[in-house]
Design a protein around this ligand. Sequence first.
Ligand SMILES: [Zn+2]
Length: 224
Amino acid sequence: MHIYLNIHTHHPSTEKDTLSIVNAQTVSGWMDMAVGKFSVGLHPWYIKPESIDEDFAQLEKLARQPNVLAIGECGLDRLIALDLRFQEEVFIRQIRLAESLQKPVIIHCVKAFSELIALKKKLKSSIPMIVHGFNNNAQIAEELIKHQFYLSFGTAILNSESNASKIISTMPIQQLFLETDDKNCFISTIFAHASNYLNQPVEVLQEQILQNFKKVVSVDLSVV
Ligand SMILES: [Zn+2]
């Protein structure tokens, strides 16, 4: 059986043959994490400086759950009001947490790619880092790939004029993930489009992306 691995979604999925990593953070707190596989993180949009220590303590606790496979989404966003240096501090704490738990990081990055790359270098972090919702130009993609980031593509590839559509065919398939993010879209639709761009049968892509996933998570996936 071939599995569709959805590396990042905000919706618990009932799609068959699908393994979804559900982002458990919502605007109003944490979703019920009893059933499924999750990622937990403090998204830059929802960081509250006044309660950061309590929020981080709660995050730390949730992050230890065995069905939490990744930390995130977290990262850097230049378009919001919150000071970028403060965002960076909170991001570094989450990278350290990911390292201590040996779980990969799912990254939200808006107009701060040079800071992101510099940070990875500075921290000498060996934890796998997945830039989600990639829709930037070839030069940024190339830099990220060179620095061993994984890139995850979502609904942007449904639009043939997007940056994501223009560069996905140049992606090393070993550093690729696919996702639906907060969109109401089937992950199989994303796979079908990616398969066209990469000129690979869907089954090959499914297998490769599952292999990529097994490489970045250190948990036993024999249950899926
Ligand atoms: Zn998201």
